[in-house]
Design a binder for this molecule. Sequence first.
Ligand code: CXF
Ligand code: ZN
Length: 367
Amino acid sequence: MKITAAVTRAPAAPMSLESIDLEAPRDGEILVKLVATGICHTDIAMRDQAYPVPQPIVLGHEGAGIVVATGRAVVKVKPGDRVVMTFNSCGHCPSCRDHLPSYCYDFFGHNFGGSRPDGSSPLSCDSGHLHGNFFGQSSFASHALCHERNVVKVRDDVPLELLGPLACGIQTGAGAIINALQVGVGQTLAVFGAGSVGLSAVMAARLAGAGTIIAVDVIAARLALARELGATDVIDARSADVVAAIRAITGAGADFTLETTGVLPVVRQAIDALAPRGICGILGASPAGSELAVNIPDIMTAGRRIQGIVEGDSNPDVFIPRLIELYRQGRFPFDRLISFYPFAEINRAIHDSERGIVIKPVVRFPQ
Ligand code: CXF
Ligand code: ZN
């Protein structure tokens, strides 16, 4: 079928809106008509080749829409179901068997490979080959093919256009606190970066009953929003010695720090701000090959830990519905992070995100 998609053809260049071809669903695949899709920093980083994702490609990995058709052997959803599309995974490696699919042994192949596992692409265009299946979806398009393993059915009493970001950025931040770090009542936490991931972490830390929740950023409006969403303290990294400021607030350092920026000097601050036995969660996407020097005796002698976290250790079929229920109860107001744009203005949405003007842009499709 003919669909409309935003095609990434070159790094740091605008995506082009094109009419392209999408295959019919193969066995196990699900055709979804998009209602809306979030834009994640990872989409922008892949456009700019932070990892070697093949181009031309249709990116997008926070899709929300309605099932139109299913291939053979699909039992999880049926036409008419409202769904979000999350990250993909193989389903049979040790991590997938342990219900931790974001540590799938073939996470890269299933999410960044630009093709199905057999090498085929569901997308094509008149001018030649087009990569697809990004995060098992390529949702910067009017329609997408996804898979049983990365489709999550959602309830129908919440606006579907809000829900796409739960599938990546928001589950990443909230899950880091709840699933991965398991921040407890009264404990102290510092979150580096008050974007969509960091602010989701702040909201989750409030839900978890954390005692001190410190947000660190360089944008005053984001720090103000962090306070409204649960931060007990904020630090403007432009004007403060961040590590000293965290120690002044917490005494011995934070029980947990969460690094969302991927900026290496900031990662070092997040490690240096830990209390004895503290854990630094790392989930910012630093460019491939990034390395950092750390003070080994400081880490070893006080039992400090550094923990990589992908997608908030989420088992999406379980965790995304839980976040939606908390939203319904008014306890997880992630809608406050979202700014909507028409799909035709996706490049403006990306531009505004890159400049920090908006926190979580979501593009809506004409219905
Ligand atoms: C990504 C971040 C970079 C590593 C893999 C997962 N998350 C989604 O945007
Ligand atoms: Zn993402």
